[in-house]
Design a protein around this ligand. Sequence first.
Ligand code: ALL
Length: 338
Amino acid sequence: MRRTQEQRLEWWPGAVCAIVAGVLLVSGCSRPAGPVVDGSRGERRAPPADSPRVALVMKSLANEFFATMAEGAKGHQASSGDRYELIVNGMRNETDVSEQVTIIEQMVARKVAAIVIAPADSQAVVPALKRAADAGVLVVNIDNRLDPEICKATGLVAPFVGPDNRAGARKAGEAVARLLSAGDEVAIIEGIPSADNARQRALGLEDAAAAAGLVIVGRQSGQWEMEKANGITAALLSEHPSLKAILCANDSMALGAAAAVAAAGKGGKVLVSGFDNVPAVQPLLTDGRIAATVDQHGDRLAVEGIEAALGILAGAAAPLDRTTPVDLVTRDGAVDSR
Ligand code: ALL
């Protein structure tokens, strides 16, 4: 059994696949011959032979952001009648790029018409995606932009549907800065540096700090992960006793940072911000343990990518890159959107 988490919105008697963390682990299941049921709604129907297969390829399903994205895609497919067949894939952790490459290869082998991908790494997956494109698979890039130079060099053409990460992170940084004073010390916990959105968010946080005259005294990668950010924050708090805020590039890391702040007895004295607006941060936003986050609407992001793919498959001209919304969320609710 391969180590790939995948949910396929099909079910047939006698071919039961195990449920893992709310998703089905069904690697190796082949296309059913009999009647199928939409797993999310329970409506029985047979798929038309010509409905295209679309593979959503995400990153870590341990991250609620991607669980939300998967739900959005499932809901869209369920309400789209027989327009397309959906295969949802995710990884086990944030850093195993080779697992995402394996998923891409599996999807090509299963003859999907399109791959809608949130790349774990902006460079490393490009060759696998080019091989997919060469095999006739349409590639649509969502969430984290593929490196344009490497795409150009390899000849991969993939429209990007996703947010302006720099602008989004700047909003969170500015919300924190409004609660601080010029000269205050802050630190940045970044995502995986080989991901374009990690780099863009770090730039956005720096923009906000510079504009408010905040002093960045620490900057490290938490690899998008809660535990790493927790350890980094604990060390930062002891190295920099006057630290006033930890600006994180996603909510997983903000949750880890907030826990470290509380453990150090600095709740209320050191502010924390994140990015994603996942369900787990809601109570922390309410009680102030997290001062701000950014909603990039993961559920809609997947749907926009799938719609772009379906449009191209139906013969529409390849759409241009499309920027999706990012909304600031604070204790007082969304205070800035576009
Ligand atoms: C990014 C997303 C999220 C997420 C991160 C972790 O691509 O945009 O903010 O938390 O992946 O993999």
